[in-house]
Design a protein around this ligand. Structure first.
Ligand code: HEC
Ligand code: HEC
Ligand code: HEC
Ligand code: HEC
Ligand code: HEC
Length: 424
C-alpha cells in the first residue's frame, strides 16, 4: 500500500470514528474519547474490586440502593412486558438482551452500543452497568477522606454525569436526538439534561456517613410514575362566542403572539366554539417519549346535572405508532399552521373538529424522525376547536397517559383534567 493511500485510509477511519462519536456523544463537550484509556477513570493505586453484586452496595449507599431497587432499571430483565411472547418471547430473541441486562458501559466502550451480560441478569440495568470500570467505580463528585478505604474504589470521573451514559440505550427511538433539538439542551437558563428531570435532587446523602445534604435520586421516574407524568403537559380551554374576535381568543388562550391567522372554519359560523390547547410544557423530548408502547389521548365528555349526555370521545391521540400499524397516518406531518378538519367519532357520536399543530417557539423547524408520529415535541401544542351539541351542562376534558395504546381509559393515568360550564 502506498503511503498516500495509507494516509487516506487513516483519514477515512479517523473521520468515521469521529462521526460515530459525535452521533452518540449526546451533545457534551467534556466527554472522554472512545478507546483512549488515558481519558477513562484512573485505576492506578487501587486494589482489586471486591464487590460483585449490587446488593453489596446497600450497606453504605442505602438510599440510592432502595431507589434503584424500585426502578425500572432494576426491573428491566424480570419485567414481563419485554418478555411477552409477541415481543422477546422470554428473551429468546437475543437482540433484546444487551440493554435489558447490560455489561458495564465504560468498559464496553464509552458511548458505544451496550453488550449483553452473562451473570446476574435478574439485576437488569445495575450499579455496575453505569459505574464500573475495571477495578474502580466512576464517581460524580470530588470525594472525601472516607473514599480511601471504600471497597468500591471510587474515582472522580466527570463524564459519568453526561448524556453519553444514557444515549447508547435511550437513543434507539431518538430520545437523545429529540432532546438535543429542544431549549433544554441549549446553554442558558432553561438548560436541563436527562438527569435534571430523571435523577431529581433528593434529601439525604448518597453515601452513609458522608456529610452531604442531598443526592441524585436513582428511581428514574418515567412512564410508571403518575405524579411525574402530571408534569408533562398543560391543558387549557375556553369558549369563544360567535361574535368574539377569534384570533384574540386564540392568542389569549395560548399566550402566543407569533401565530399566523387561523381560519375559524365556515361550518362554525355563528356558533359558540370550544377551543382547547394541549401543550408539551414539561417534557425534555417528545411526549410520549421513546418506546412505541405509549399513547397520550385527549378526551371530551359532556354532562348535565350529573348525567352523561355525551360519553367520552377521543379528540386527539399523541403517539408514535408501531411499525405494524400500517393504516396509521399523521394528518399533520409537514402541515404546521394548516388547519385540518377532522371528523372524530365513536359508535354513537360524530363531532367535527378543526385542529392545528402549533410548532414550538424554540426552533420551530426541526427534524422529525418518524413521519407517522403525532407525538408532541417539546414546546409544541395542538389546538382543537368544535361546536358542541346544544345543551346546558358541563364539559369534562381529560388527558390520559397510557402505557400501551390498547389500554382502556380507566386503566390509564389522568395527567390533566378541566371542567367548563357551557355558556347559555
Ligand atoms: C463499606 C462501604 C461501601 C460499600 C459496600 C460500597 N461503597 Fe461506594 N462509597 C463508599 C464511600 C465511603 C464512598 C466515598 C464517598 C465520598 O467520599 O463522598 C463511596 C463512593 C461511591 C461512589 C461515588 C459517590 C459520589 O458521591 O461521588 C459511587 C458511585 C459508589 N461508591 C458506588 C458503589 C457501588 C456501585 C457499590 C456496590 C458495588 C458500592 N459503592 C459499595 C463506601 C462504600
Ligand atoms: C438499544 C437498547 C435496547 C434494546 C436492544 C432493546 N430495548 Fe427494550 N427498552 C430499552 C429502553 C431504553 C426502554 C425504556 C424506554 C421506555 O420505557 O420508553 C425499553 C423498554 C422496553 C419495553 C417497555 C417496558 C414496560 O414496562 O413498559 C418493552 C416492552 C421492551 N423494551 C421490549 C424490548 C424488546 C422486545 C426488545 C428486542 C426486540 C428490546 N426491548 C430491545 C432499550 C432497549
Ligand atoms: C444499559 C442501558 C441503559 C442505560 C445506560 C440507561 N438506561 Fe434507562 N432504561 C433502560 C431500560 C432497558 C429501561 C426499561 C426497563 C423496563 O421497563 O423493562 C430503562 C428505563 C428508563 C426510564 C423509564 C422508567 C419507567 O418507569 O418507565 C427512564 C426515565 C430512564 N431509563 C432514564 C435513564 C437515564 C436518564 C439514563 C442516563 C443516566 C439511563 N436511563 C441510562 C436502559 C438503560
Ligand atoms: C442508569 C445508570 C445508573 C445506575 C443503574 C446507577 N447509577 Fe449511580 N449514578 C448515576 C449517575 C449518572 C450519577 C451522577 C448524577 C449526577 O450527579 O449528575 C450517579 C450517582 C451516584 C452516587 C452519588 C449520588 C449523589 O448525588 O451523591 C452514588 C453513591 C451512586 N450513584 C451509587 C449507585 C449505586 C449503589 C447503584 C446501584 C444500586 C447505582 N448508583 C446505580 C447513574 C447510575
Ligand atoms: C424537562 C424534563 C425532562 C428532560 C430534560 C428529559 N426528560 Fe425524559 N421525561 C420527562 C417527562 C415529564 C416524561 C414523562 C412523559 C413522557 O413519557 O414523555 C419523560 C419520559 C421519559 C422516558 C419514558 C419512560 C417510559 O416509561 O416510557 C424516557 C425513557 C426518558 N424520558 C428518557 C430521557 C432521556 C434519555 C433524556 C435526556 C436525553 C430525557 N428523558 C430528558 C421529562 C424530561
Amino acid at each position: 500500500m502506498s503511503p498516500q493511500l495509507r494516509a487516506l485510509l487513516g483519514l477515512v477511519l479517523l473521520v468515521s470514528v469521529v462521526a460515530v462519536w459525535f452521533g452518540l456523544r449526546g451533545g457534551d463537550t467534556d466527554v472522554a474519547k472512545i478507546g483512549d484509556p488515558s481519558q477513562h477513570p484512573s485505576v492506578d493505586g487501587k486494589g482489586p474490586l471486591r464487590l460483585a453484586d449490587s446488593k453489596e452496595c446497600e450497606e453504605c449507599h442505602p438510599q440510592v440502593y432502595a431507589e434503584w431497587k424500585g426502578s425500572h432499571h432494576e426491573f428491566a430483565w424480570r419485567n414481563p412486558e419485554p418478555r411477552r411472547k409477541d415481543l422477546s418471547d422470554n428473551f429468546k430473541n437475543k437482540d433484546c438482551i444487551p440493554c435489558h441486562a447490560p455489561r458495564p458501559l465504560i468498559e464496553v466502550g464509552w458511548g458505544a452500543r451496550a453488550l449483553e451480560r452473562q451473570t446476574r441478569r435478574d439485576d437488569g440495568v445495575n450499579c455496575f452497568t453505569c459505574h464500573r470500570y475495571k477495578n474502580v467505580v466512576a464517581a460524580p463528585h470530588e470525594l472525601t477522606a472516607a473514599a480511601a478505604d471504600a471497597p468500591c474504589n471510587p474515582v472522580t470521573w466527570a463524564p459519568i454525569r453526561t448524556m453519553t451514559l444514557c444515549a447508547p440505550c435511550h437513543d434507539q427511538h431518538k430520545v437523545n436526538q429529540d432532546w438535543l433539538q429542544t431549549r433544554y439542551a441549549a446553554d442558558g437558563p432553561d438548560r436541563k439534561d436527562c438527569n435534571d428531570c430523571h435523577m431529581p435532587v433528593t434529601p439525604g446523602p448518597g453515601t452513609k456517613g458522608v456529610d452531604r445534604p442531598e443526592h441524585r435520586g436513582h428511581g428514574f421516574p418515567g412512564g410508571h410514575d403518575a405524579e411525574f407524568l402530571k408534569t408533562s403537559a398543560t391543558l387549557r380551554a375556553r369558549f369563544v362566542g360567535p361574535d368574539e374576535d377569534w384570533m384574540a381568543a386564540v392568542k389569549d388562550l395560548t399566550g402566543r403572539d407569533d401565530l399566523p391567522k387561523l381560519e375559524r372554519g365556515a361550518p362554525f359560523d355563528g356558533k359558540t366554539l370550544l377551543l382547547i390547547e394541549v401543550k408539551n410544557t414539561g417534557v425534555g423530548h417528545n411526549l410520549p417519549a421513546d418506546e412505541r408502547h405509549r399513547a397520550v389521548d385527549l378526551e371530551i365528555q359532556l354532562e348535565d346535572r350529573g348525567r352523561v349526555v355525551m360519553p367520552e370521545l377521543r379528540l386527539a391521540r399523541f403517539r408514535n405508532p408501531y411499525r405494524s400499524e400500517f393504516d396509521a397516518v399523521n394528518p399533520f406531518s409537514d402541515h404546521a399552521w394548516e388547519v385540518i378538519p377532522l371528523d372524530v367519532k365513536n359508535e354513537n357520536i360524530a363531532l367535527l373538529t378543526h385542529q392545528v399543530r402549533v410548532p414550538p417557539e424554540f426552533r420551530p423547524v426541526r427534524k422529525v424522525y418518524y413521519p407517522k408520529s403525532t407525538q408532541l415535541v417539546a414546546g409544541e401544542s395542538r389546538l382543537v376547536w368544535m361546536a358542541l351539541p346544544r345543551f346546558g351542562g358541563r364539559v369534562r376534558l381529560r388527558l390520559y397517559y397510557k402505557l400501551n395504546p390498547f389500554l382502556a381509559n380507566d386503566r390509564a393515568v389522568v395527567t390533566n383534567e378541566r371542567w367548563l360550564d357551557v355558556p347559555r
